[in-house]
Design a protein around this ligand. Structure first.
Ligand code: PMV
Length: 292
């Protein structure tokens, strides 16, 4: 019996969250944690998603794929992930991309990374209604990406493995609600535009800094980016404490990663300081998700 399996990575946003919704660039990277999808022949269509009761992303991916490619034959889709959907590391995008890739292999339809991105972004947007698509691009392409304009620009960056610590703040953020709130305030409040523009400048500087491998400068830029996200009002007391604790313990810099309001922070830390930085984050109540 034919069985195909494909996987896609989770993501972190290093620079540029929120501003990316308004036409500025962002930089996202894939993490080593992945979600996989297996497709096999079945008597009728069935979806098994062990980590969630129901996955609208998998359901929509199958429906969309069927309609677009007019494929014949029923399938069983099983997904598996090595990270939780609670921590904000892009499980929705990763599962969508993994399912599209596994279906395309099963039905012998060759898709480029660009096509996987375009299809998966449509699916994710149809469910979430908002989103820049950077997380879908990272899941589809992997590696490090400079991303702009809903995928108008997707540039693969050649950067060395970053010594990053990911800390979870203990609260699940609702990205769509935060993005909508900021967009409503942006229409009324003139102080938002210069914040987004400053974030855009940080992203462009950070792009070169990361390619050069200057971690010290990249860390400082992260902290600057965090301060701007604080001004935007999307950080939390806990995220701020975790970032400050990491910097005091010797990290080059740190910031919240994602929409804010909870989820994760990241700190760029030389390997010999990782233990003390992890301990400092834990001391203020953060949970270490991973050290890269
Ligand atoms: O909360 P996350 O990890 O899904 O990241 C959201 C990043 C935003 O820029 C706020 C939204 C987006 O889709 O780019």
């Amino acid at each position: 019996m034919k069985i195909t399996t494909a996987s896609a990575p989770g993501k972190l946003i290093l620079f540029g969250e929120h501003a990316v919704i308004y036409g500025y660039p962002c930089i996202g990277i894939a993490i080593s944690k992945r979600i996989s999808a297996t497709v096999q022949q079945a008597a009728r269509d069935k979806i098994i998603t062990p980590s969630v009761v129901k996955s609208p992303f998998v359901e929509e991916a199958l429906k969309y794929f069927r309609q677009k490619y007019k494929v014949v034959g029923q399938v069983l889709i099983t997904t598996n992930g090595d990270f939780s959907h609670h921590v904000g590391l892009g499980s929705s995008s990763a599962v969508t991309v993994a399912v599209i890739k596994a279906l395309s292999q099963f039905f012998n339809i060759k898709l480029s990374s660009r096509e996987v991105f375009d299809i998966s972004y449509k699916i994710v947007l149809s469910i979430q209604k908002v989103g820049s698509g950077f997380d879908v691009a990272v899941a589809a392409y992997g590696g490090a990406l400079y991303f702009k304009n809903g995928g108008g620009v997707i540039e693969q960056l050649s950067i060395s493995q970053l010594p990053l610590i990911i800390g979870y703040s203990g609260t699940k953020a609702d990205t769509a609600t935060i993005v909508k709130k900021i967009s409503q305030e942006y229409k009324k409040n003139t102080r938002f535009a210069p914040i987004f523009s400053s974030i855009g400048n940080i992203v462009d500087t950070a792009k070169n800094t990361l390619v050069e491998g200057n971690f010290e400068k990249a860390g400082k830029l992260m902290t600057e980016n965090h301060r701007l996200l604080q001004e935007l009002g999307v950080s939390t007391k806990k995220l701020n404490e975790m970032v400050e604790a990491a910097i005091s313990a010797g990290a080059y810099g740190g910031k919240l990663s994602g929409a804010g309001g909870g989820d994760c922070m990241i700190a760029l830390v030389e390997r010999d300081k990782q233990n003390s930085v992890m301990a400092a984050i834990q001391k203020v109540g953060g949970e270490i998700v991973s050290a890269l």
